[in-house]
Design a protein around this ligand. Sequence first.
Ligand SMILES: [Zn+2]
Length: 82
Amino acid sequence: MYAFEETPKQFRICSNCGRPMPRSATGDLCSSCKDAMLYREVKEYLLHHEVTELELAEHFNIPLQQVRSWISDGRIDYKPRS
Ligand SMILES: [Zn+2]
């Protein structure tokens, strides 16, 4: 018995990590690569801007909850305005 290494048509391949992703995915990246990329952009942005959590979420069009989870995980260095 041989296993066929066939990529079903309903899958696409992430251009960054090569993992299959659903055809419904937008862009060329899987969700975890997109997250990683977004995270890098956010970090870069925070180096040059002083914004609130909400402004950050709005700027990147991401859920506030996502921003907060990055902060609580210590993944982003966030300095709240006093
Ligand atoms: Zn990927």
